[in-house]
Design a binder for this molecule. Structure first.
Ligand code: ADP
Ligand code: MG
Length: 251
C-alpha cells in the first residue's frame, strides 16, 4: 500500500500541493487527471522523493519514504517523467538494461539479463533490440522508456503522460499491457493521462486534481458532466456504449 498523509509540497517560490490525502492499493491502476498546472507532475515527483514534502508524509507500506535509502527507492518506485529521453547512441537492449541499475553491483547477472529479455519481448521490441535509440521513432523510444521502468521490478510505477507521443494503436497496446502487468505483478500503477476516454478504458480509479488539491476521487461512476465542468470548465455529454462511458466534448 502507498499512503499520502496530509501532504503539502512545492518549489522554493511556490507552494503547489495542499492537504493531499490519498491511499493506493496493490493491483490497481490510478489515473491522475486535471488541468495543466494543477500539480499532477509535482505529485508524482513527491511520491518518488525528488521533492521533499513541506508538511505531511508519504508511506510505502509502513515506512516513511524519507527513511528509505536511494537504492531502495530506485528498486521499489519507478518513475517515468513527463519529459524524458534516453542516451541516443546506445542500443534498445542497453537502454532497457539501465533499469536494472539499482540491482547491479559490478556487471549484470543472469537474472538481470532474463528480466530485460522478457520485458523486451512483452513490449514487442525484440526486432529493435540491437537498434540504437536514435534510430527509433518517438513512439518506439517511449515504449523503451516504459519497458526500462518495468525492469526495475518496482512495487509502484509512476508514469507521467506516457502515451502522448504514441499513435492510437500503440496507446491502446501499451495501456493494455500496463493493465495486464499491474494485475499480474500486483503493482500500484499511477498514471497521468489527459485523454478521458483512454483513462476510462483502462484505469480502475480516477483522481481529479485542481489547484494543487484533490478535487474528487473514485471509480468511473464519479465521471459526470458537472465534475468535468468544475474541474476543466468544459461542457460534455456522456454516453454509454456496451456498458462503458464515453465523454464527448461539446465546447
Ligand atoms: P501539471 O503536471 O498538473 O501540469 P505541475 O505539477 O507541473 O502541473 O505544476 C504545478 C505548478 O507548479 C504550476 O503552477 C507550475 O508552474 C509550477 N511548477 C512546476 N515545476 C516547477 C519548478 N521546477 N519550479 C517552480 N514552479 C514549478
Ligand atoms: Mg505535468
Amino acid at each position: 500500500m502507498l499512503r499520502i498523509d496530509n501532504l503539502s509540497a512545492g518549489y522554493e517560490a511556490k507552494e503547489v500541493l495542499k492537504e493531499i490525502n490519498l491511499e493506493f492499493s496493490k493491483g490497481f491502476i490510478y489515473a491522475i487527471l486535471g488541468p495543466n498546472g494543477s500539480g499532477k507532475s509535482t505529485l508524482l515527483r513527491t511520491i518518488d522523493r525528488i521533492l521533499k514534502p513541506k508538511t505531511g508524509t508519504v508511506y510505502l507500506g509502513d515506512i516513511d519514504i524519507r527513511n528509505l535509502s536511494t537504492r531502495d527507492i530506485a528498486k521499489r518506485i519507478a518513475y517515468l517523467p513527463q519529459y524524458s529521453n534516453s542516451t541516443p547512441y546506445i542500443s534498445v537492449f542497453e537502454a532497457v538494461l539501465l533499469g536494472r541499475k539499482p540491482y547491479i553491483a559490478f556487471e549484470p547477472s543472469e537474472k538481470d539479463l532474463d528480466v530485460v529479455e522478457k520485458i523486451i519481448k512483452d513490449f514487442g521490441l525484440t526486432d529493435f533490440a540491437f537498434r540504437k535509440i536514435n534510430e527509433l521513432s518517438g513512439g518506439e523510444v517511449q515504449k523503451v522508456l516504459i519497458a526500462r521502468a518495468l525492469t526495475q521490478e518496482p512495487e509502484v510505477l509512476l508514469l507521467d503522460e506516457p502515451v502522448n507521443h504514441l499513435d492510437p494503436k500503440n496507446q491502446i497496446e501499451i495501456l493494455q499491457l500496463l493493465r495486464k502487468l499491474t494485475k499480474k505483478l500486483n503493482l500500484i500503477t499511477i498514471i497521468v493521462l489527459h485523454d478521458l476516454n483512454l483513462a476510462i478504458g483502462f484505469a480502475d480509479y480516477f483522481i481529479f486534481m485542481k489547484n494543487g488539491k484533490i478535487y474528487h476521487m473514485g471509480d468511473s461512476s464519479i465521471i459526470e458532466p458537472t465534475l468535468l465542468k468544475n474541474v476543466y470548465d468544459i461542457n460534455v455529454k456522456i454516453i454509454e456504449v456496451e456498458g462503458r462511458k464515453f465523454v464527448i466534448t461539446l465546447a
